[in-house]
Design a protein. Structure first.
Length: 427
């Protein structure tokens, strides 16, 4: 029997590479894309049906999102009550999701009950109905939620930030109450015809996949003929506002929400380096922003920097809420940390700590089984080879140097390139 010496720390071993899980891309009989992601040792199957619908106008985005949210309201063959009852009886769920220019709805069910729920799922997608009563209730709820959001400093700052980055009339702007006046059953029927057609459809299957599952999917989704669909217009150009600061005063606010953001368009060879650099700056609990502004100064409970992607545009966004008396101080400290990142090499200990953190996050992401379907949805449907993309990410995590970080910081973390949106008070 081996005796463990508890007075000595165990050896630290490096993290081994973990490849992206196997998946394949093929086509259904009608030409629609079919993505298969088998997961071993599960008796569960997720079937995601996604539609290509890039956002080009706010009205189009609203109508497509409303169609997606109303799919459970009933179909030609199934009432809303029947849909809910069948889902409950068979232990299945329906989950709508909006992504980078795609909209999807996912059926999650035990593989053995797919024959019982898949025909209903297909009818919901192909033949939805939009009853006026249910639609009216949904619209009232949406308008009420927008009214409530207008009292929230987080929503107001996010809205101001988006306006500052993209300008008046851009489809990325937040929804207004009056925007939903265009939503009628007739408008939803036409939107469904245009954007939920087989010619825009892809099917992603994750979990237990056998010949029976593929045969059922082919029967339900591979036999639908393509129909004409409107050509996608180019994304309208952004017209950022000239002002550096956008302030939305909120009377009696106890906290201010602060959003400091810019748009970026990194080259492919810079993308992963930028993501790594952002982690150092504000992308995890031990980041510079958290260490300074939360741990040392105590200005906020939490602050982070996110590197996010819309369909054609990427953003770096610093976000936090702080007591109104610290609003200006937080902005000053963010600027100081950006300046430090741009002018000083990252120390070896900090670089290695972030490297290990990113390796751990990578391994965690690669081991999520059924949840990998979301990754496939975000990447494969936008023409990205996941294996190549994540192989490159791992290579960058392993090899990035302090000099690489400094170059990326000087290009993308210049405070003068950022817009600042604040909602609350500035004492």
């Amino acid at each position: 029997m081996q005796i463990v010496d508890r007075t000595k720390a165990p050896a630290i071993h490096g993290i081994s590479y973990f490849p992206f899980p196997d998946y394949s891309v093929t086509k259904l009989g009608n030409g629609a894309k079919l993505v298969l992601h088998p997961v071993a040792d599960v008796e569960f199957t997720n079937i995601m049906v996604a539609f290509d619908a890039p956002v080009r106008q706010k009205s189009q985005r609203i109508l497509v999102q409303m169609v997606l949210s109303c799919l459970r309201n009933g179909s030609r063959q199934f009432s809303q009550k029947q849909i809910d009852s069948n889902l409950d009886f068979y232990g299945a769920t329906l989950s709508p999701m909006a992504g980078r220019g795609h909209y999807s709805i996912t059926l999650s069910a035990l593989t053995r009950v797919l024959p019982n729920v898949l025909p209903m799922f297909a009818d919901i997608i192909y033949n939805p109905i939009f009853p006026q009563k249910e639609l009216g209730i949904k619209l009232n709820n949406i308008r009420t939620s927008i009214k409530m959001a207008l009292l929230d400093v987080g929503y107001l700052a996010e809205k101001q930030k988006t306006f500052m980055l993209y300008g008046e009339g851009h489809p990325y702007l937040e929804n207004e109450i009056e925007d939903f006046d265009i939503v009628t059953p007739e408008a939803l029927v036409e939107t469904h015809r245009q954007y939920f057609s087989a010619s825009r459809m892809s099917v992603l299957v994750s979990g237990k996949i056998n010949s029976d599952v593929i045969s059922q999917i082919e029967q339900m989704f591979g036999s639908v003929a393509f129909s004409d669909s409107p050509a996608d217009l180019p994304l309208p150009a952004a017209h950022p506002v000239a002002d550096k600061l956008g302030f939305v005063p909120v009377k009696d606010a106890l906290q201010s929400d602060i959003e400091i953001a810019r748009t970026v368009n990194p080259a492919d060879d810079e993308l992963h380096q930028l993501s790594f650099t952002n982690v150092i700056f504000g992308g995890y609990f031990g980041s510079r922003l958290m260490s300074n502004i939360r741990e040392q100064k105590g200005y906020t409970y939490g602050i982070n920097s996110m590197f996010t992607t819309r369909h054609e545009v990427k953003e770096i966004n610093v976000s936090t809420e702080a007591d109104v008396k610290y609003t200006k101080a937080v902005m000053q400290e963010v600027e100081k940390e950006m300046d430090r990142l741009c002018n000083e090499l990252v120390g070896t200990d900090e670089l290695e700590e972030v490297r290990k953190y990113c390796q751990g996050e990578y391994i965690l992401a690669m081991s999520r089984g059924l949840q990998m379907q979301r990754t496939l949805f975000l990447y494969v449907l936008n023409g990205i080879d996941c294996k190549q993309f994540f192989d490159k990410r791992w290579q960058v995590i392993e090899s990035i140097t302090a000099d690489d970080v400094l170059k990326i910081a000087q290009k993308y973390f210049n405070y003068n390139d950022y817009k600042v949106a604040v909602a609350g008070q500035m004492e």
